[in-house]
Design a protein around this ligand. Structure first.
Ligand code: PLP
Length: 376
């Protein structure tokens, strides 16, 4: 038996998304840029899929730029800064995914002032954010849900802090929120939150790999990728991945179906895992407010050892995020930057639930974890 509890790393493609991928590949054969019938058919199809995604997320179709994944979407935002005439300051939360954080060194090298926003237990405060704001700040990057613990960062309040500052100073600040782990794991309201841009990934929501998207409220800020192709409104050149995009749209629509029931089930399974593990002496590092779909647990053994022992019993969990985020010599890890002691970080594994988790698998996982801890 194989139990998969690593859905924050990636998810299996759903049957519906896979069927959509196959049928689009088979039936929509033209290049959306071609002017013949097959081309215009592909273009119409692509735009209908863009609309489907926009409607589901409550945004405008023109605010979507399809990419190869979230890392590319993130790179478009962060690299756009490098094209600005004068460097300024950028605020980055300490708990960002490496895809965002890695731009700090590049920007610093180009004369940017990097201001790190702390986030105790994964929750940045608007008071701390306010202290970092100054007229030099051009962008604020704060993720919506953390990928290691599932902490919900509180984007609406953080954006409001930035918007208030903008009103006082009359200067525009771009608010970017990497929202990969928010999709389907917590409430998401891009328009209501008033973020300027947000990144998403298809393979985290049972869609295919190699597809992602950037939400961009106002395209003025964005420096295009291979603009000469003209695709994606001139923001990202290259023939569109029509089958991948249509399968992503399908996965997204499916994700939002029966949402309340899925969330109720996830909360039930998550509470069960947390309570059982806590009673057995494990320490839970996912602190409220956090999504039920991600649980960070400090084990009595180094994370890699515990993960391998669980694997021998047929369970897939992640030590990766915890480990790489605590990698020696790579600076402070995510869990450490949240204020957890280094020892807990080194022993922490991540359990991440499927969008439709089942209790029987959760019971089996908890038993396996207790057995490993007891045999030590
Ligand atoms: N941002 C977060 C929060 C993630 O969890 C991930 C994936 O691990 C990424 C960005 C990168 O996503 P992708 O694999 O689509 O490039």
């Amino acid at each position: 038996m194989n139990y998969y509890f690593d859905n924050a790393a990636t998810t299996p493609i759903s049957e519906r998304a896979l069927e959509k991928y196959i049928s689009t590949s088979r039936n929509i054969t033209g290049n959306p840029s071609s002017i013949h019938r097959q081309g215009t058919q592909a273009k119409e199809y692509l735009e209908a899929e863009r609309r489907r995604i926009a409607d589901t997320l409550g945004i405008q179709p023109g605010q979507i730029v399809f990419t190869s994944g979230a890392s590319e979407a993130i790179s478009r935002v962060m690299e756009s800064l490098l094209w600005l005439k004068n460097p300024g300051a950028v605020i980055i939360s300490k708990i960002e995914h490496e895809a965002v954080k890695s731009y700090a060194a590049i920007l610093k090298d180009r004369g940017w002032d990097i201001r790190w926003l702390k986030a105790k237990e994964g929750h940045p405060s608007s008071v701390d954010l306010e202290k970092l704001l100054s007229p030099e700040v051009k962008l604020v990057a704060i993720m919506s849900v953390n990928n290691v613990t599932g902490a919900i960062t509180g984007i609406p309040e953080l954006v409001a802090t930035v918007r208030n500052y903008e009103k006082k100073t009359g200067r525009k600040i771009v608010f970017f929120s990497d929202s990969v782990q928010a999709l389907g794991k917590t409430e998401l309201d891009l328009k209501g939150w008033d973020v300027d841009c947000a990144s998403f990934s298809s393979h985290k929501i049972n869609g295919p790999r190699g597809v992602g998207m950037l939400y961009i409220k106002n395209r003025n800020f964005l420096h295009p990728l291979a603009a000469q192709g003209g695709q994606e409104n001139g923001l990202r050149g290259g023939t569109e991945n029509t089958p991948g995009i249509s399968a992503f749209a399908e996965a997204l629509v499916e994700l939002y179906e029966n949402r309340e029931e899925k969330d109720r089930k996830a909360a039930e399974v998550s509470s069960f895992i947390r309570n059982e593990l806590e009673t057995a002496g494990f320490e839970i590092l996912s602190k409220a407010p956090c999504t039920p779909y991600i649980i960070s647990v400090a084990t009595p053994l180094p994370a890699e050892v515990f993960t391998r022992m669980l694997m021998d019993k047929g369970f897939c969990v992640s030590s990766g995020s915890a480990c790489s985020n605590n990698a020696k010599g790579k600076g402070e890890g995510t869990l450490q930057s949240m204020g957890f002691p280094a020892r807990l970080g080194e022993n922490a594994i991540r359990i991440s639930l499927a969008e439709n988790p089942d209790m029987e698998s959760a019971k089996a996982l908890v038993e396996a974890m207790k057995e490993i801890a007891d045999a030590r």
